[in-house]
Design a protein around this ligand. Sequence first.
Ligand code: UDX
Length: 438
Amino acid sequence: MKIAVVGTGYVGLVTGTCFAETGNDVICVDIDANKVEQMQQGKVPIYEPDLDVLFERNQRQGRLKFTTDLKEAVDASDVIFLALPTPPGEGGAADLKYILGVAKDLSTLITKYTVVIDKSTVPVGTAERVHAALVENLDEALFDVVSNPEFLREGVAVDDFLKPDRVVIGTDSKRAKEKMRRLYEPFVRSGNPIIFMDLRSAEMTKYAANSYLATRITFMNEIANLCEKAGADVDAVRRGMGSDSRIGKRFLFPGVGYGGSCFPKDVQALAITAGQHDYNFKILDAVMDVNTRQRFRIADKLEQYYGDSLKDKTIALWGLAFKPNTDDIREAPALYTIDRLLEAGAQVRAFDPEATEHVRAIYGDKVTFCEDQYTALRGSDCLAIVTEWSVFRTPDFDRMKELLTEPVIFDGRNLYDLQRMQEAGFHYDSIGRQPVQA
Ligand code: UDX
């Protein structure tokens, strides 16, 4: 099939590249001429595991192209994916100016039957607005609008795309349905379902799934906070709960709150949608409140431990990205932690395997950025961990003790075994578990 993907953010780029991988001809469009030029020269503008290999192969074989010219892409395609940003606009509601802007442009460019697909996370009713924008200049017989939300996790987006648990397609058109089925069949050979539904339900599914996962994490964060007070161990509780097949093991890990470009935005957007329909969706308000508090959990612990003397301390910080295997720092708990520590007058020595440059762009020399995880420890009074990169999981504890002025670790991701830390002689405070005293 001939596919255009409008918007080459991480969703657009992964979508385009993976469709090229199954033999389609894909042309990706972006208004950023610089970025398009870079991609034409073979440069992948984001860090996403495995994307570079697929990108290179499909570009070399001529199935993956890039342009700034929307008309060129429209002429060359019979399905068009919209993978455009939907930043929080006024009052936090998703701002649809990019999507509706492109829909308007498409209405003057489409000349043959085309399926226009919303891939971006958009509020319920957006497909109808895209339809309205298209029909202004375009015969209704020449297009169908489809909602096809993505469920890609950063860091494993390529794998999630190639082997989805399910594909959700919202459409009321038989013709569009068949095209979508053909497009996605290669990805669900294992028997996972393509679930067809109406447009509004597809749009709602995305918000419901993400808000449910954010709620689940938040529930565990509250259980963890209570475990600390009640003398329980959240790790044991998590295993005990997760073994119930009705609950399941995944997405039960407590930590320093959820971040990233999706959960915070989507929970807020769903709360706003609820408000617009005069529905008081109480759980969502609680989830947002608790998560705002949880992001400061490690900073709170440091403040409690050091009191006023925090201003004279140097804190080593491991992890800046909002989660491992990405350089994305949007809504990253690390940023909230750094803000608090700097406010308190502490020094911060930070290390992250991928996200350093993005954070340097915000803080400049207010934070010392280190080349590796051990350099961050040199002369620091303690270590705070906020992202669970694999490289932090089995460090050289002896070396750490030599580099830190005191053997103190605050762990926002529960990376280490409590007994191991006891034996290694650390003061070790994690989330939802009883602190180990040095
Ligand atoms: C998420 C959704 O998973 C994906 O389906 C959607 O389309 C985009 O949003 P992503 O934001 O890339 O993906 O990351 P994800 O792995 O889902 O983690 C989100 C946040 O939850 C991270 O901050 C992570 O640290 C946190 N998290 C996740 C926990 O705190 N505990 C967990 O058990 C799981």
